[in-house]
Design a protein around this ligand. Structure first.
Ligand code: NAP
Length: 280
């Protein structure tokens, strides 16, 4: 595919997060100027403070949008709409949206981007493999017990390195505008199987335990997790993991012409960093 010549920086929202950080790394390696969009960036960007938006989009033609905390939370669709409108008014021409599989509200946000008037690419991702090693489930793995309200439903965990590769392709090459890429790993794995693989490869004793949604919600509350985040996590574990996503898709193959990374490759590489070797 032909490369797009970039003379202006590419804005990466969530540029210090699991996907954004990897996108920034790849752009930097290619010598393409990028700008991190996050609250801690040199030029701070906050989804909750619209006065921060204009300075960050100025002089930018392409934006990777990773919304926080999730496109499924109330108000997300309207906020994404407002951001897209503002970005386009300020000269942005290309929008690449990170979306979630099986989330009705995320699909509404996708429609907002499709209707925005910009060139668009949608990355509709399954659960990230890196949830087990980069926040979210890391503490549970390190505690030796991953207790979740999910049974034997299979999930095609996607490696965030693959998401970043697709995002960079969409941001820097022609041929991805107007494409919706459903990004999954190559096979279905249950959460219990995922934890078994991590335990085996890291030589640490980590067990999976299925608990009820009520037990999980109570545990999150006791852990000090805010109510709106508890509601989001419960939604992700119950509605989104009801079997609707128990199938693999070909987005990585279509976008990159190669197979997605297997969960085992992720586990091998993460284990090699020693991330799961903390004290129990
Ligand atoms: N995890 C999954 O399995 C999964 C699956 C599919 C889709 N997704 C989607 O992925 C997105 C999360 O992406 P991620 O996992 O790459 O992020 P992440 O690792 O959770 O990192 C969060 C990023 O967003 C920034 N951020 C947090 N609050 C912000 C705010 N109020 N305003 C602006 N920036 C803020 C953070 O930087 P600062 O702290 O500096 O602001 C950081 O760069 C969500 O939209 C989610 O729906 C996740």
């Amino acid at each position: 595919m032909n490369t797009i010549v970039h003379t202006d920086p590419i804005l990466v929202l969530g540029g210090t997060g699991k996907t954004g950080r990897r996108i920034i790394e790849r752009l930097t390696k290619r010598g393409i100027e990028s700008r991190v969009g996050s609250r801690s960036a040199d030029l701070p960007f906050d989804w909750l403070d619209r006065t921060t938006w204009v300075p960050v989009v100025q002089g930018v033609r392409s934006v990777y949008i990773s919304y926080q905390p999730d496109l499924a939370v109330p108000g997300a669709v309207e906020t994404v709409q407002a951001f897209a409108d503002l970005a386009i008014r300020n000269g942005v021409q290309n929008l690449v949206l990170l979306s979630g599989r099986g989330e009705e509200e995320a699909q509404q946000a996708e429609q907002v981007i499709k209707d925005s008037g910009a060139n668009w690419t949608i990355l509709r991702a399954s659960w990230f493999s890196q949830n087990f090693s980069e926040n979210f489930l890391l503490d549970a793995v390190l505690s030796g017990t991953v207790a979740l309200p999910v049974g034997d439903v299979g999930e095609p965990f996607i490696d965030t390195d693959d998401i970043a590769d697709v995002a960079v392709a969409a941001l820097t090459e022609q041929g991805h505008a107007g494409q919706l890429y459903e990004l999954t790993g190559p096979r279905l794995i249950t959460f219990a199987e995922a934890v078994d693989e991590i335990s085996w490869m890291s030589s640490q004793s980590v067990n999976f335990e299925q608990i009820t949604p009520e037990q999980y919600s109570e545990a999150l509350g006791q852990y000090g997790v805010p109510e709106d985040v508890v509601a989001l996590v419960m939604y992700l574990f119950t509605t989104v993991l009801d079997g609707r996503n128990a199938n693999v898709a070909d987005g990585v193959q279509r976008a990159l012409g190669r197979e997605p990374r297997d969960f085992s490759e992720y586990v091998r590489d993460a284990a090699a960093t020693g991330i799961w070797n903390g004290p129990k």
